[in-house]
Design a protein around this ligand. Sequence first.
Ligand code: AMP
Length: 112
Amino acid sequence: MDCLFCKIAAGEIPSEKVYEDDTVLAFRDIDPQAPFHVLIIPKEHMESAAVVTPQNSGVVAHMAEVAAILAKENGLTGGFRLVSNCGADAMQSVPHLHVHMLAGRLLGWPPG
Ligand code: AMP
């Protein structure tokens, strides 16, 4: 499948990994929007949050666990933001489910 994040998960395209296990990978965003900006992805291809079902939601819950692990490991005591762009209006640019984890500065709201 011609999917950028599947290729990163398979190690075919390099990434700066910060966490990996059997089902989930986290790596630094190539265009960081905050001092800490990591993408958390399921290794198995899922297009977006729009295709989460009772059958595949386990890995999505695990992605939230990984965020909590990363927050502890990286000392993100000031907090962090998780956001997943889903579809055209949200300007999703890579059609493989990913959660942006942002931290290290005051994050404005609404995001614009
Ligand atoms: P989104 O626009 O929500 O789909 O987010 C896609 C994100 O992937 C953007 O923040 C990009 O900077 C990031 N990105 C694209 N290519 C790479 C790459 N090769 N390695 C790391 N991050 C990437």
